[in-house]
Design a protein around this ligand. Structure first.
Ligand SMILES: *[C@@H]1O[C@H](CO)[C@@H](O)[C@H](O)[C@H]1NC(C)=O
Ligand SMILES: *[C@@H]1O[C@H](CO)[C@@H](O)[C@H](O)[C@H]1NC(C)=O
Length: 199
């Protein structure tokens, strides 16, 4: 009985709409800017420009085309893009529960899967400290921040995945209890933040 109730409760929680506009400033002094994604809802369809997290985009695409996932096989598409990796070796990392809060393991795995298989290139509006939330689930968010005063384009979403894995390796370091968030700074003046937030 108890497990049935728990199941129902979880189903309700999961079905609750995610208020995509509830966003926090990921680091003091940052400006939050929306991430715009060039996407197609249909294989022969026009390019649409949508904003939000990768989960928001996916939800909107499914509303436009319920067969989106089978029409576009991103698992196959991403293999090529993921080969373009970004090296974070030796990068500065800040790990802090006080600044970045607690992380959810499922959300971290989600962000790797959703971002990793997404085609296209992340675009960052001019900074410094211009941050976009690009993934959010279970109250754990991923932000990419541009510290240069000009537009910046990354090679692929694989670059963000690389930053996330670097933060995870340094800040969580295999201890999956009370996991702390963090931030990694790439030498080309952009950074990735993995932190607690509201989705
Ligand atoms: C961002 O997306 C929302 C819907 O998800 C839309 O209402 C809003 O106008 C968009 N913002 C811009 C600047 O296009
Ligand atoms: C998507 O592509 C992968 C890898 O090529 C393949 O294993 C999978 O069956 C495909 N899925 C669909 C729904 O076509």
């Amino acid at each position: 009985m108890r497990s049935i109730l728990l199941y129902i409760l979880l189903a309700v929680v999961r079905a609750a709409p995610s208020p995509s506009h509830v966003d926090i400033v990921p680091i003091p002094g940052a400006t939050v800017v929306p991430q715009f994604w060039d996407v197609q809802a249909f294989l022969d369809g026009p390019t649409l420009i949508l904003n939000g997290t990768v989960q928001d985009i996916h939800k909107q695409l499914l509303e436009i085309n319920p067969n989106y996932d089978t029409d576009f096989n991103h698992t196959a598409v991403a293999t090529g893009d993921l080969e373009k990796r970004t090296d974070f070796t030796g990068s500065k990392v800040i790990c802090s529960r006080a600044i970045f809060g607690h992380l959810n393991y499922g959300a971290y795995k989600d962000s790797l899967t959703y971002l990793g298989k997404h085609p296209g290139r992340p675009h960052m509006p001019p900074g410094p400290r211009a941050c976009s939330r690009v993934s959010c689930s279970y109250n754990t968010g991923v932000y990419i921040c541009n510290d240069t005063p000009t537009d910046k384009y990354l090679i692929s979403w694989g670059s963000v995945v690389d930053g996330l894995q670097y933060i995870w390796a340094k800040c969580v370091a295999g201890i999956l209890v009370d996991m702390q968030g963090g931030q990694v700074f790439h030498s080309t003046n952009w950074n990735v933040i993995l932190r607690e937030t509201n989705c």
